[in-house]
Design a protein around this ligand. Structure first.
Ligand code: PGA
Length: 252
């Protein structure tokens, strides 16, 4: 059975004490609730060790927001997969649209990042998704197909089984515009079909595919009730413990 997952992408938000407070609130809430999903938080790199300490004592899981495609060496400001593994990082977001847009990350480069993470036993949360113009031109399926083919489909079946996918239509990120449940389901089913064709039906059935883009406590239930939507990658609404946990409680 594939896992339901709710992952919070904090992006570049929160000071240390605010991050500690939010982690503490999520930690306490997890103690009280019995949830039908795994809960992952992805704070800025500076707070990974602090949040990992919380995770050790709880069901909470932690992921990084980025990793270098290089193994080690003279890459000022970068963080390697080995470094993340050395603080027991379980997940890492790769291919977020903000990294693609502002840091010009290419599909090739993202493939290297995925490789580095898997070398160190860290599970990539790999983001795919089209921009508005691509959807309007009706080429959104082709865009997502290319992202999967160029960054993930070099993996063998065993390697691929460690990947979590997130479909994030770029026009829905931070805009308050959510994909309709039908639009999300349609793309998630397409992604699963591509995986079945590349690997096999079982691999496709086992991979968790999250939806991301203006997901909130009000729309999470309908989105997560779609057959091929296994949870969410949450930006804005992951910065408030109550909203984030309400989303995590949205599985039927
Ligand atoms: P949002 O961000 O929930 O604020 O739209 C989602 C994401 O970027 O992962």
């Amino acid at each position: 059975m594939r896992k339901n997952i709710v992952a919070g992408n904090w992006k570049m938000n929160k000071t240390f004490s605010e991050a500690e407070e939010l982690t503490d609130q999520i930690f306490l809430s997890l103690e009280e609730k019995s949830l039908k999903c795994d809960v992952i938080i992805c704070p800025p790199a500076l707070y990974l060790e602090m949040t990992s300490d919380y995770a050790e004592e709880s069901r909470l899981k932690v992921g990084a927001q980025n990793v270098s495609e290089h193994e080690k060496g003279a890459y000022t400001g970068e963080i390697s997969a080995a470094m993340l593994a050395s603080i027991d990082m379980e997940y890492c977001i790769v291919g977020h649209s903000e990294r693609r847009k502002y840091f010009h990350e290419t599909n090739d480069q993202l493939a290297q990042k995925v490789n580095r993470l898997l070398d160190y036993g860290i599970k990539p949360i790999f983001c795919v998704g089209e921009v508005l113009e691509e959807r309007e031109k009706n080429i959104h399926f082709d865009i997502v197909k290319k992202q999967l083919e160029e960054s993930l489909f070099h993996l063998n079946k065993d390697e691929f089984s460690n990947v979590v996918l997130a479909y994030e239509p770029v026009w829905a990120i931070g805009t308050g515009k959510t994909a309709s449940p039908e639009q999300a389901q349609e793309m998630h089913a397409y992604i699963r079909k591509m995986i079945a064709e590349k690997y096999d039906a079982n691999t496709a059935d086992e991979v968790s595919i999250l939806y991301g883009g203006s997901c909130n406590p009000g729309n999470a239930k309908t989105l997560f009730s779609q057959n091929d939507v296994d949870g969410g990658l949450i930006g804005g609404a992951s910065l408030k413990a109550d909203d984030f946990m309400a989303i995590a409680e949205s599985f039927e």
